[in-house]
Design a protein around this ligand. Structure first.
Ligand SMILES: Nc1ncnc2c1ncn2[C@@H]1O[C@H](COP(=O)(O)OP(=O)(O)OP(=O)(O)O)[C@@H](O)[C@H]1O
Ligand SMILES: [Mg+2]
Length: 384
């Protein structure tokens, strides 16, 4: 029986009709940007920062406000730029922006400064105003490593361009990290800091409300019982997800597909658990694949030691013995044990307890043993 009416309503690119529990933030961002649109001086540019965690609704909120302002002001265009899509230089970003405004404003041979001037000139000559949203601004600053950034230019357009009026009347920077990892200069930070729209993590009840709204759009009536929504909200508001709506919607999408393929007439809590275990497993596999040979061997030794003892904690000395044994089997020297153990702790595979004890965290010993052995075997196959 089909459970979905329209599964695409769960996809991240779909903008929901209402952004519930972000009414105040929507209003605040709108108000800040209107100050730019309705300004009295021709070089005033409204600036805002939208700050919040993964899946908190930053991108959606900014797109929605942009759209609504476009609808309210006929000569206004909202330009959304995701900085993650560009290399770590301003010129690639400005080429894209200039081209989007008009082919006339663009030429491959122009410098960043010339492209910027061209954009402003284009807006001026066509009597157009623009609001620009830069998404993933922290990513851009990190990858630019001290080179001039888009943030630098767009927080001081009045200094970097002689064109007047400046018809980019509002700029929005979206970031997960308002400190930009300490990579921004003080003046930039302060000119950014004034108007912060902070998206606090959703509470469990807010998550329930949001998911109910999305479920109504995507599923047939009765296909997702209230209990299932509550369970998903529980998981998605706890660490490590901390209010990530995208994760919650993905869970519902996968579990819905699963329930449909199993011929159920509704999604069950156990379908959610199944998807959680599967996605957790996939992440684990990827993380194990990225370990060094020594780290893999040390992890295997911890898992083997725990499987044979049945205890909650393994003894470091016992683990070291197994490590040596596995190294010998592979014809390798048994150096690097302590370092590997430390690195496993940093990566969250193990915890070091007092009195020389090790705990395995995040997965069961059997699954870890099987996965690591599989990797080590494959590696030997490649070597031989
Ligand atoms: N209040 C809400 N009501 C309905 N849907 C929401 C709400 N908040 C977030 N969403 C949905 O959650 C998903 C993630 O939102 P969005 O992409 O805006 O998050 P983000 O903060 O930009 O995350 P990231 O930091 O990963 O880019 C989207 O599908 C969005 O529609
Ligand atoms: Mg986003």
């Amino acid at each position: 029986m089909p459970l979905f009416v329209d599964a695409s309503k769960l996809s991240p690119s779909h903008i929901p009709r209402t952004l519930i529990h972000r009414e105040r933030e929507t209003e605040l961002l709108t108000r800040i940007l209107k100050r730019g649109i309705e300004r009295r001086s021709d070089d005033f540019v409204a600036k805002a920062q939208v700050v919040g965690g993964v899946g908190a609704g930053k991108t959606t909120l900014s797109l929605k406000v942009g759209r609504e302002l476009e609808a309210a002001y006929r000569n206004l265009a909202h330009l959304y730029v995701n900085l993650r899509m560009f290399s770590a230089s301003r010129v690639s970003v400005y080429r894209y922006m200039a081209k989007t405004f008009s082919e006339q404003a663009f030429s491959q041979s122009l410098s960043a400064e010339e492209l910027l001037d061209n954009m402003l000139t284009y807006l001026k000559h066509n009597g157009m105003l623009s609001i620009v949203t830069f998404d993933e601004a922290d990513y851009h600053v990190r990858t630019c490593r001290g080179k001039e950034t888009v943030i630098y230019d767009f927080t001081r357009l009045h200094e970097v361009s002689p064109i007047r009026p400046i018809n980019v009347v509002g700029v929005v920077f979206i970031t997960r990290d308002p400190e930009y990892n300490g990579l921004l200069e003080k003046p930039e930070l302060s000119s950014l800091g004034a108007n912060i729209v902070k998206l606090e993590p959703y509470t469990r009840q807010q998550m329930v409300d949001i998911l109910e709204g999305r479920v109504v759009e995507a599923f047939r009536k009765g296909a997702v019982p209230h209990q299932v929504i509550e369970y998903v909200a529980d998981v998605a508001t706890r660490p490590p997800h901390n209010g990530d709506v995208r994760f919650a919607l993905d869970l519902l999408l996968y579990a819905g597909n699963l329930a449909e393929s199993r011929g159920y007439d509704h999604v069950k809590i156990d379908d959610i658990r199944y998807v959680l275990a599967e996605t957790g497993h996939a992440t684990l596999l990827r993380e194990i694949a990225e370990l060094t040979e020594n780290e893999k061997t040390a992890l295997l030794a911890v898992a083997k030691s725990l499987t044979s003892s049945g205890d909650a904690y393994a003894d470091v000395q016992a683990v070291k013995k197994i490590y040596t044994m596995v190294c010998e089997q592979q014809g390798r020297v048994d150096t690097g044990f302590d370092k590997a153990l430390k690195s496993l702790k940093l990566r969250g595979f193990i915890e070091l307890r007092g009195q020389g004890k090790v705990e395995l965290v995040g997965a069961d010993a059997q699954r870890i043993s099987q996965t690591v052995e599989h990797h080590l075997k494959r590696r030997r196959g490649e070597d031989g």
